[in-house]
Write a protein that binds this ligand. Structure first.
Ligand SMILES: Cc1cc2nc3c(=O)[nH]c(=O)nc-3n(C[C@H](O)[C@H](O)[C@H](O)COP(=O)(O)OP(=O)(O)OC[C@H]3O[C@@H](n4cnc5c(N)ncnc54)[C@H](O)[C@@H]3O)c2cc1C
Length: 480
């Protein structure tokens, strides 16, 4: 067996997003030798491109502003958004430790803006945001810490398989590296048992032994069209994604191969703010979130009518758009567009948003029945002005005024796959559970590769703190 292994270490972490790097820091802190493997050329996964919003009750900004909140209130919000499918014991751990997770990032050097926001589905303002809305600052701070601890992240190294012994306990991993230049020199490591074997495709396959444990932190599968459309056939190539390219399911599948229990895989979250004329998350999505949805309306161009409460949760808005069968029009006036002038300027320049002198011109350009659109807008304005009941339930809304100040702006909106709440079942210690409801020996998981915490849908700002809470637990437990 000794000849089988190319190298060994105490704890192997797969994936370099917030969950994986949190686990690596904690495992090293507990005295374990740690190696982190990342299949992409860049570190950070979806965490790196995220907006950096973290929700937690009792966080430092709430304390500063005297906002009343509690883990119990947060728990209730999460269970409601998840339609009660959430695994309660995991939600409890998350809600009780989310604020500590934010403090931990501050200790690592992450800086936050002087604001706290209330997003849809939350009963309190509890989301703090990293400077420049940049999730990558978490990654930078974690990498700084890992450098101090002399732990490296080996990029272009993809997990292919988890290796188990006869009892099913995980004892190592099979890694394929694409370029020796970018990765560790595994042939010269102090723990080296034998040299790696090159294959015909100039990639290297290495067997790496984990003396203590493996932590799987490979993120979600939003970019994996084959896997996600198998779970939900609507999510084929006609639906784009906000995720990075590497958000694919191999890590999850490696665990399924050794009989890990999958949960909630078909509950895939779509972002209703997806700009139809832009790849990825982009400025269009930001303009839709900060301007169109709070201050404007979402219209089916075939009818000129509103289709949904523009401030409903992500699932309801996305479902309403998919039901129309085509790109919908997000419409806002000059006043509303000023909620996010930077994104507006960018979107006008790149023609993701178009400007019109009148609603009639807008309707013509969209080949929409003009009378119907005028009627829709005038009914909406009447509701805003009179405070009468909105049949869709959005109004009254504190940011919504009448849509009556030209010019008017319209953007094509179509949902994008944003988040995959389903994944591997874990327990309170972040151990991966098997199909017989028992922990798989020496295998831990954290972050978007896991499932159960958010149930049917995740609230805003809840993924990053959850990755940190369970990443830290996984690292501490893996090091034992
Ligand atoms: C545009 C965008 C904005 C977002 N904004 C927010 C926000 O403001 N607040 C919030 O809470 N959440 C937000 N989210 C969600 C959040 O960013 C993610 O859920 C979270 O970052 C996932 O972290 P992770 O560590 O689990 O996975 P990731 O950060 O995705 O990291 C996983 C890593 O594993 C690697 N990997 C995958 N398979 C393998 C393999 N086989 N071998 C080796 N490596 C592998 C991947 O390449 C990746 O680098 C956002 C998501 C997106 C896409």
């Amino acid at each position: 067996m000794a000849e089988f292994w190319h190298i060994s270490t105490d704890v192997i972490v797969i994936g370099s997003g917030a969950a994986g790097l949190s686990a690596a820091i904690e495992a090293r802190q507990a005295g374990a030798a740690v190696m982190v493997f990342e299949k992409m050329p860049v570190i950070g996964g979806n965490t790196r491109i995220s907006d950096g919003g973290l929700s937690a009750p009792g966080n430092f900004m709430q304390k500063r502003l005297g906002i009343t909140d509690s883990p119990r209130m947060f728990y209730d919000d999460i269970m409601r958004a998840g339609l009660g499918l959430n695994h309660p014991e995991l939600v409890k751990i998350f809600t009780q430790n989310a604020s500590d997770a934010i403090d931990w990032t501050r200790q690592l050097g992450v800086q936050y803006q002087d604001r706290v926001d209330k997003f849809g589905g939350h009963c309190a303002a509890r989301c703090v945001t990293i400077q420049n809305n940049a999730g990558r600052d978490i990654i930078k701070a974690q990498i700084r810490r890992l450098d101090q601890m002399q732990v490296s992240v080996h990029t272009r190294h993809a997990l292919e398989d988890l290796i188990t012994d006869d009892s099913g306990t995980v004892i190592g991993v099979r890694i394929r590296s694409r370029s020796r230049d970018s990765g560790p020199d595994l042939s010269s490591g102090p723990d080296q048992d034998s040299g790696p074997a090159a294959d015909a495709n100039q990639t290297m396959v290495q067997h790496i032994r984990a003396r203590r444990a493996v932590v799987l932190a490979t993120g979600g599968f939003g970019s994996d069209v084959a896997f996600r459309s198998c779970q939900n056939p609507r999510l084929d190539t006609t639906i784009l994604t906000t995720n990075h390219k590497g958000a694919t399911a191999e890590g999850l599948v490696a665990a399924l191969h050794i009989h890990a229990m999958p949960v909630h895989l078909s509950w895939i979250q779509l972002g209703p703010w997806g700009c139809a004329d832009e790849a990825g998350y982009g400025k269009g999505s930001r303009f839709a979130s900060y301007s169109i949805f709070p201050t404007g309306i979402l219209v089916n161009p075939a009818t000129g009518n509103r289709i949904v409460n523009e401030w409903a949760d992500r699932r309801q808005r996305s479902d309403a758009m998919l039901a129309t069968g085509h790109v919908c029009a997000g419409i806002v006036d000059a006043k509303g567009a000023q909620k996010d002038p930077d994104s507006l300027a960018h979107c006008l320049k790149t023609q993701k948003t178009r400007q019109f002198d009148s609603l009639t011109r807008l309707a013509e350009a969209w080949q929409m029945p003009s009378d119907a659109l005028e009627k829709t807008v005038s009914e909406y304005n009447h509701l805003v002005r009179t405070g009468k009941k909105d049949p869709f339930g959005k109004l009254p809304h504190k940011n919504a005024g009448p849509i009556d100040s030209p010019p008017f702006y319209a953007m094509g909106l179509w949902p994008k796959v944003h988040y995959t709440p389903g994944g591997l079942q874990i327990n309170e210690n972040a151990q991966v559970i098997d199909l017989n409801h028992r922990p798989i020996g020496h295998l831990f998981a954290a972050g978007e590769v896991t499932g159960g915490i958010h149930g049917a849908g995740r609230l805003g700002g809840c993924a990053l703190p959850e990755c940190i809470v369970f990443g830290r637990i996984a690292g501490q437990q893996a090091a034992i």
